[in-house]
Design a protein around this ligand. Sequence first.
Ligand code: ADP
Ligand code: MG
Length: 569
Amino acid sequence: MAKKQFKAESKRLLELMINSIYTNREIFLRELISNASDATDKRYYNALHEGKSGLNRDELSIELAVDKEARTLTVSDHGCGMTKEELEQNLGTIAKSGSLDFKQNNETAKEDVDIIGQFGVGFYAAFMVAKHVEVTSRSMEGDEAWCWRSDGADGYTVTPAERAECGTAIVLTLKDNTEQDNYDEFLQEYRLRGIVTKYSDYIRYPIRMPVEKSRMVEGSDKDAEGKDKTPEYESYTEVETLNSMVPIWKKRKGEVSEEEYDRFYQDKFYDYEAPLKVITSSTEGLATYNALLFIPARAPYNYYSRDFEKGLQLYSSGVLIMDKCADLLPDHFSFVRGIVDSQDLSLNISREMLQHDRQLKLIEGSLEKKIKNELESLLKNDREKYETFFKEFGLQLKYGIYSSYGGAKDLLADLLLYTTSAEKKYATLKEYRDRMKEDQKYIYYAAGESAAKLDVMPQNERLKEQGYEILYLTDDIDEFTLKAMREYDGKEFKSTSDDDLGIDNESEKEEIKKQNEDNKDLLACVKDALGDRVSAVVLTSRLKSYPVCLTAKGQISLEMEKVLNSMPA
Ligand code: ADP
Ligand code: MG
C-alpha cells in the first residue's frame, strides 16, 4: 500500500511553535547571533579546508544596528551566506537545519568550529518580536544575492537583491506596540547589550554595535584666561565590541590572574566580596566539560531559607542555556556558584533545557568529588580560611549528612569541625579520634546553647576529669547529624547525658547498684516529691562536685527534645 505523507497546516504550526517553545522572547537575539556565528564558522572552516588563507577571525565580526525611526534591528554577518535554494530550504522549511547537515557532512570540523544550530527552528524566534523579516544573503559559492521576505505565518517571497560580498543581513521590523506589549526595548542600546552579554558573551567572533557617546569639546564661550566658561559636549558614535569572546574558564589557570577571577566572579554573581576560593576543572571522557566554580566568602542573606535557589550556569558551545541549573550541584554543596560549559549536552528544542539528565548526573558526580577534594585541601593547607568557610557553610554540610540519613557521611564527615572540651578551637573528628585515650570506648558529645555553658555542665565533670574529650554541639542540627552518622572510624558517638557512659568498671557498677539498693526508700521518697517530672531517681558515679544532674533514657536526648518541640508542627 502506498504510504501517504502527513500534511501540516504550516501556518498554524509556525504560530504554535513561535509562541510555545520559548519562555522568554529576548532569546530571539541569541538565536540570530548563534546562526550568524555558525555561518561564520562555516566560512572559516571552508577557507581553512580549501587552503585559502587571509581570513582572520577578528575581522569576521557579527554586527548589530538599530534604526529607531524605522523601528528596525539588523543582525548581519560575513559568514557563508545562502544561495536562493538554501534560503528556501533552510528558512522556508520548518525544522530544516543546514547547520546539522554541515556538522554531519564535516566530521573533521569538530576542532576548528563550534556549530551551535541543530533543530532548524531558532530562526523563527525572530517572529516573536518582528512583524516583518527580510534576509538578504549572498553565498560564498556564488555571486548573486537574494532577499527572503516574510510577515510570518502567511509565507515568504524570494527575490534578487544586491550585496557586495558574501554573508547575510537580517532586518527585523519590530511589531507594533500594544497596551500589553512594548517592543521598543529591542531598539535600546543598553537592552541589546544586556541580552548579548547574558546569552552570547562567549561567541567566538566579535559582536559589534555602534554606540552613542558624548565627549567634551572646546567651547566658544571663554573667560579672560582663555578657559571654557561653560563646558560643551558633542555626541558621536563609536562601534563597540559587546562580547568578551574568550571564556575565562577555557583559559588555563596560570593564564588568569587572581584579580581577574575575582572581578569575573563579582561581576557575574553580583557579590561585593571576592570569593573565598576559586576552583577550576576540566575533564574529558565520560563527562566532557569545563567548569569554573567559586566558594563565596559569605553566605547570601537568604542562604538558609527557602528562597535560596542553588545552581550553576550552564553553557553549551559558549551559549548560555540555563542560568541556574540545580541538577549540577548536590544540596550539601549548594553554596557553590559558577559555570559549567559542555559541548555534548542533549538540548531540548528551545535550547533552554536538557532532554535527559544522564550527562548532568555524570557532571554532578564529578563536580562533587572535585569540590570535596578542594575543601579538604583547604582544610589541610589553610586552616584559617577553612574555618571562615566553615562558619558560613558548615551548617549545610551537617544538614547534608542528616538529610541523606548518613549517606553523605563518607563524603562529608572529615569536613566537619567542632569545638571541644580540650581546646577552645575547632577540631575535626579525625583530630578528636587521634587524641582519644586508649581505653576510651566512645566519642562523647554534649549538646547545649554554648560552649561556655557546656563547660560547666555537671554531666561532663567526671568524663573531663578522666581526661576524655567532649565534642561541644551548639547547633540545633548537630545531634541529629551525629545520630545519622552513628559512628566515626569505629567509635560510636555517645551523649554525655546518656544513662550509661561506659566508664565504670565491673566493681564500680556493683558498688553503685548496691548503694541504690541500700538507699531505695530515700530515692523513692525523692521520686514521690518530684512526681511526673522525672521517670526515675538514682544514685550515680558520674558526678564529682555537683549533687544532681538530669540524664535521658533512650534515643532522644533532652536537647533533641527541645529542638523537636520548637519545630512548627
Ligand atoms: P538551526 O540553527 O538549529 O539549524 P535555525 O532555524 O536557526 O536552525 O536556522 C536554520 C538554518 O538556516 C540554519 O541551519 C542555517 O543553515 C541557515 N541559516 C540561518 N541563519 C543563517 C545565516 N545568518 N547565514 C547562513 N545560514 C543561515
Ligand atoms: Mg539556529
